[in-house]
Design a protein around this ligand. Structure first.
Ligand code: AMP
Ligand code: MG
Length: 328
């Protein structure tokens, strides 16, 4: 080497430094977690440029926080809290209108099993608080009065509640939507391979280094055990389960997914996993199928194009849509 002219050495050093810069950190993968929407969110992405990965993941988390501020019912300034407080017609942003529209279409399609107007019911049970309660029949009746797919109408950006006290709750769809938007931020930053996982609401961009992502579905009764592993590419997969948020009293489990017909936790299902093109739809469909149970729930998923799912019934039996029956 020392016998070579200086310019050759400099050229070699330059090439070496360029190669070094292109060497991906940790095989080009970066993974970060943060608490957003009350859930531990993990964003994992692949790219050769570590700085690009880092800033894209930061932007994706920022997008999820922005949506939490827009859609959360815990934040009194959010659009959804303002809509719930409004006595008359209320104008929302384009984004909120689209999400309400999607939620309402799944509410109708599921005969009201998915219901984003059950905010008062959710408050009554307070399942996620330190002091959850089992409401009386009279309390349930009052929280259920006037809710359902027709309780809310949208005209453009204007939302009309049929009764002023109606409380909107996007808990069954907002996390999926936020996961979709986070993935979109990564896509727009030029990332080709990424996974965003918000506590079982997962959106996948591309594949994982030439192979499908292998998504383990949580066993609803064996903590930490995988029920089924799904090989998936470029899609969303969302699970709703009765093990996620619940309390137990006198040997009964009271969880966070309500049957709008009874006002009580839905009883036919332990968990539902939905695979769809986008996580917002998969999220709402998983909640809907959970309420509907093995027969009607699986049928709902089977009837929709580009949607597959698996459901564990109350007795632990596993059901799958036709597209998932061909092995794991
Ligand atoms: P998920 O974990 O996606 O099934 O959503 C559960 C959350 O959705 C609950 O914490 C409630 O905020 C809300 N929710 C409960 N029951 C329903 C229902 N039948 N339809 C729509 N949202 C619901
Ligand atoms: Mg859901």
């Amino acid at each position: 080497m020392f016998g070579r002219p200086l310019w050759v050495i400099l050229l070699l050093l330059l090439v070496a430094s360029l190669v070094w810069w292109r060497v991906p950190a940790d095989d080009g993968q970066l993974s970060r977690t943060a608490l957003v929407m009350g859930t531990l969110v993990e964003i994992k992405a692949f790219d050769d440029e570590k700085d690009k990965l880092d800033s894209a993941i930061s932007a994706a988390f920022a997008e999820m926080t922005r949506l939490e501020n827009l859609l959360s019912r815990h934040n009194p300034r959010s659009e959804i809290s303002q809509l719930s407080a409004a006595a008359g017609p209320f104008t929302v942003s384009q984004e909120t209108a689209e999400l309400l529209q999607l939620g309402q279409s799944i509410a109708r399609r599921s005969d009201g099993a998915f219901d984003l107007t059950l905010g008062a019911l959710k408050k009554l049970w307070a399942i996620e608080s330190d002091s959850p309660q089992i409401p009386t029949a009279a309390q349930l009746q009052s929280a259920l009065s006037g809710i359902g797919p027709d309780a809310l109408t949208l005209e453009g950006l204007q939302v009309q509640k049929q009764q002023p006290g109606l409380q909107v709750d996007l808990g069954g769809i907002a996390k999926g939507y936020a996961v979709d938007r986070a993935l979109n931020v990564l896509r727009q930053a030029g990332i080709r391979s990424a996974a965003v996982n918000a506590g079982g609401d997962i959106a996948l961009l591309g594949d994982r280094q030439g192979q499908p992502w292998r998504i383990g579905i949580q066993h609803p009764r064996k903590n930490g055990e995988v029920l089924v592993t799904l090989p998936l590419t470029d899609c969303a997969v969302v699970t709703s389960g009765d093990y996620e948020r619940f309390f137990e009293r006198d040997g009964s489990r009271y969880h966070h997914i309500f049957d709008p017909r009874t006002g009580r936790p839905a009883r036919l299902t332990q968990s539902v996993t939905v695979v769809a093109k986008d996580a917002a739809s998969a999220d709402a469909l998983a909640t809907a199928a959970f309420v509907l149970g093995p027969q009607a729930g699986l049928q709902l998923l089977e009837d929709l194009p580009d949607v597959e799912g698996l459901l564990v019934g109350a007795d632990g039996r596993l059901f799958r849509t036709s597209g998932l029956r061909r092995g794991d």
